[in-house]
Design a protein. Structure first.
Length: 271
């Protein structure tokens, strides 16, 4: 089984989905507690939600394996993305609700962590970087859209209910301010945006992928969108997709992606 699903597009847009995977290899599952099989912290249904990607001409890369196996949006050295705040690590040992994923005697060893990096983490990042460089060479500038979702209430990480749309640009370091402005203009002007709350660089500023690959000086402009799952699915198990909700937000997603492409076409390579 491959570590990721990749679809090559023609326009300078790559959509990354590092937390959509649900597979857990048998040898790893055997070491984990039963709660791991619920895969509660998955970014559920994003491949279906972003079904406009092919129509837009975007490339897509999506994880096959669960973030409980390895978190593709963490640095391979396991550096904390939010120093001083509670976060889950490269090979998580508990859920967002602080439920242990392993018995104490079965925690991943350093050797096991390195094996997972080589087997699951490196292939995803190699493909992601390779595609960014291909698109950059073809178009002179490229947009990386890192797609995520999370339950709207996760007390471990934030107080109260999360805004519907949480954009991260690493405090305007991962993309040119012009692209962030284009997204904000789209949100102001779109009739589809009126029912959704949003914030830029709030609790989520962008993870490793956004911060590492977003290099405006090289004309690679990255943004992360962390969506509250309540706007397109049921947040309680079995986490059903809600087409009645999803079809309301999908036109806005398409407009936001198109806004990035439009800005990139005129400004991305000169910003």
């Amino acid at each position: 089984m491959t570590a990721f699903h990749f679809q090559q597009g023609s326009l300078p847009l790559l959509i990354s989905m590092p937390h959509v995977g649900t597979s857990i290899p048998d040898d790893i599952a055997a070491q984990m507690l039963p709660v791991s099989q619920e895969k509660t912290d998955t970014d559920w249904h994003l491949r279906e939600l972003y079904n406009m990607a092919a129509e837009l001409g975007a490339s897509t890369i999506a994880a096959e394996y669960s973030r409980y196996v390895i978190d593709l949006n963490r640095s391979s050295d396991n550096a904390n993305l939010y120093p001083g705040q509670d976060t889950t690590g490269l090979c998580p040992v508990d859920t967002f609700a602080k439920q242990p994923l392993y018995a104490p005697e079965n925690l991943p060893t350093e050797a096991e962590v390195q094996r997972r990096i080589a087997t699951y983490w490196q292939p995803y990042h190699q493909q992601l970087q390779q595609e960014l460089e291909r698109l950059l060479s073809l178009h002179g500038s490229v947009v990386l859209w890192d797609a995520h979702s999370i339950a709207s209430l996760v007390p471990r990480f934030f107080e109260g209910k999360l805004p519907d749309l949480n954009f991260g640009t690493a405090d305007q370091k991962s993309c040119d301010i012009g692209m962030q402005n284009a997204l904000q203009a789209c949100l102001r002007n779109s009739t589809h945006a009126q029912t959704y709350t949003h914030i830029f660089n709030g609790r989520f500023k962008g993870g490793f992928i956004t911060r590492n690959y977003g290099q405006p000086s090289r004309h690679i402009h990255a943004v992360q969108l962390e969506m509250s799952q309540c706007i397109y699915m049921n947040e309680a198990a079995p986490y059903e997709y809600r087409p009645d909700l999803a079809t309301q937000v999908q036109p806005l997603l398409k407009q936001l992606l198109q806004a990035c492409l439009d800005w990139n076409k005129t400004q991305g390579s000169v910003a």
